[in-house]
Design a protein around this ligand. Structure first.
Ligand code: HEM
Length: 505
């Protein structure tokens, strides 16, 4: 792989040019009045104080003061693009979802890719999972697939999520990243190590957003017209080929071009090189899901493609850059709970926790009317009895009744829609039923380690040891037994490296 040419990448990323000779008319205030001067404030005499009557000045400053909204608490740095999804494989027997209903059917999409732990200005090439979120603007309302570039995750209970993320963010005292927190947490939560291995392999530093796969990670349910349920994992496989950066190159780029992946996606689309991904499903009947050797509702586990091969569903193509980053990318609000009939969440605990968390954070980040923002609104306008609230920018229901049922003809509910798996049953005591760590939790990380070619195995050992070495000896000691439990050779290689690093100090 030739090293990326940073100069060229930076140069091509101009987006604000106007077509030659085009005039945008006169400057106005927010109220539309012509602006006499945009350079000089009104003052009482040439040396006197500024005047409160200068609306243009006051409004300009006051608006600037309010430019920042809360950034995403995770996945704050990202880039997005518009495109379409086209069905290429028949899955109509699995789901009533209209956008998957027939081969050839096209649906507009908006995708956003991101890093996880860094702030909105952080480096794109940081070692981190990558977010892979797609909003499908279907005829039946919006469907969001909010996945990652990894088929699994660090934890399997949503109660652990804020603690886990705290360890990836900044130390409460120093406001710096702190490897102690990270290795302390991983040592206490060893089910995280499968994802930790992916993170410290070269897959933890993908070469831009175009060269990585995307996964639902969780198992979802598909419901067909008979009400029958199948379990499914989503795999978006890149048609650009997987490319990862070596650690040294990723670190160099973090300094030379912190917006490397953002530039890469934007420039490729401007050049007419439209990135695409082929969507596949891994499909299990309920019976197969129930009897599988791993719990399909445990998001730290993959389902082997040998056991359940990929089945082609369609192609996603990204062919249009946003016109305005804030309006289209920053205000985009994805959620696993934005769904359509025919697709339902499984009982995966993490997924269930996420169903709450995303709309909750959107209401905090964007406001109660976040679904009215153009990037989030469905192709057919929402019809319901929700009214008012801050920044109602739709017609707010116009003169239609704001209650239901009513005698005015609706809008009213549609009983035929299949938005819930009516066959699902739950039983057992209402209690906190913990996942118990077993040897099975170490099998998949072991298989992953042993599957890596020798050079990539060495990269993994170097990357993980290099990072553990930054933690205090007590935390180094607490993670090592878990690495030995994954594979004796792996544990020993990391330990040797740590000894060498300690010797150098
Ligand atoms: C973003 C919570 C697990 C993928 C977010 C955000 C929150 C959140 C609060 C910010 C959303 C926003 O401000 O718009 C959680 C919780 C989790 C969890 C509570 C576990 C209980 C996961 C998992 C995945 C994932 C397992 C992948 C399979 C993403 C992505 C974004 C995101 C892709 C960025 C969406 C965008 O581009 O706007 N998450 N998350 N998260 N999360 Fe999670």
């Amino acid at each position: 792989i030739p090293p990326p040419n940073v100069k060229q990448v930076l140069h091509a990323a101009t987006s604000t040019q106007l077509p030659r000779g085009q005039s945008l008319g006169s400057l106005t205030t927010g109220t539309g009045s012509l602006v006499n001067s945009n350079q000089t404030s009104q003052t009482a005499g040439p040396g006197g104080p500024v005047l409160l009557q200068d609306f243009h000045l006051l409004d300009k400053l006051a608006h600037f003061d309010r430019e920042r909204i809360p950034e995403r608490v995770v996945h704050a740095k990202g880039a997005g693009a518009h495109g379409y999804f086209e069905v290429t494989g028949d899955v109509s027997g699995l789901t009533t979802a209209d956008f998957l209903g027939r081969v050839g059917k096209r649906t507009p999409v908006f995708a956003r890719f991101s890093t996880v732990g860094g702030e909105s200005g952080s480096a794109d090439t940081a070692r981190d999972p990558r977010g892979f979120a797609v909003k499908f603007y279907t005829e039946e309302g919006n469907f969001d697939m909010v996945g990652n570039n990894t088929p699994i995750f660090f934890i399997r209970d949503p109660l652990k999520f804020p603690d886990f993320i705290h360890t990836q963010k900044r130390d409460p005292r120093t406001h710096c990243k702190n490897p102690d927190m990270q290795w302390d947490f991983f040592s206490h939560v060893p089910e995280s190590l499968h994802q930790v291995l992916i993170l410290f392999s070269n897959r933890g530093t993908p070469d831009g957003f175009r060269h990585m796969h995307g996964y639902s990670s969780h198992t979802y349910k598909l419901i067909n017209s008979q009400g029958a349920v199948h379990y499914v994992k989503w795999h978006f496989r890149t048609n650009q080929g997987v490319r990862n950066l070596k650690a040294a190159e990723a670190e160099r780029l973090a300094g030379a071009d912190p917006d490397y992946s953002t530039h890469d996606l934007f420039n490729a689309i401007e050049r007419g090189e439209h990135p695409s991904w082929t969507l596949y499903f891994q499909v299990l009947t309920e019976e197969q899901a129930l009897n599988y050797k791993y719990n399909v509702l445990d998001v730290t586990k993959v389902i082997s493609q040998k056991d359940f091969p990929l089945r082609e569903v369609g192609r996603m193509v990204l062919n249009r850059n946003p016109e305005n980053y804030f309006v289209e990318v920053e205000q985009a609000a994805f959620s696993p709970s934005h769904s359509v009939a025919g697709i339902a969440p499984s009982a995966d605990r993490m997924l269930q926790g996420r169903l709450f968390s995303y709309p909750d954070t959107h209401r905090h980040r964007l406001g109660a009317n976040y679904l009215q923002l153009p990037i989030n609104s469905p192709v057919h306008p929402a019809r319901n009895q929700q009214r008012d609230g801050p920044m109602a920018v739709s017609d707010n229901g116009g003169r239609l009744p704001n209650y239901e049922p009513n005698a005015f003809g609706g809008p009213s509910e549609t009983a035929a829609t299949r938005d819930v798996d009516v066959t699902a049953r739950a039983e057992g005591a209402l209690a906190r039923h913990p996942f118990v760590l077993t040897d099975a939790d170490f099998e998949q990380p072991r298989a992953l380690y042993n599957l890596l070619p020798a050079d990539e195995q060495q990269d993994l050992v170097d990357n993980i040891a290099g990072n553990i070495a930054l933690a205090q000896p007590a935390f180094q000691a607490s993670i090592l037994p878990h690495l030995y439990r994954i594979d004796k050779g792996f544990g020993s290689r990391v330990e040797q490296q740590l000894k060498r690093a300690a010797h150098k100090l």
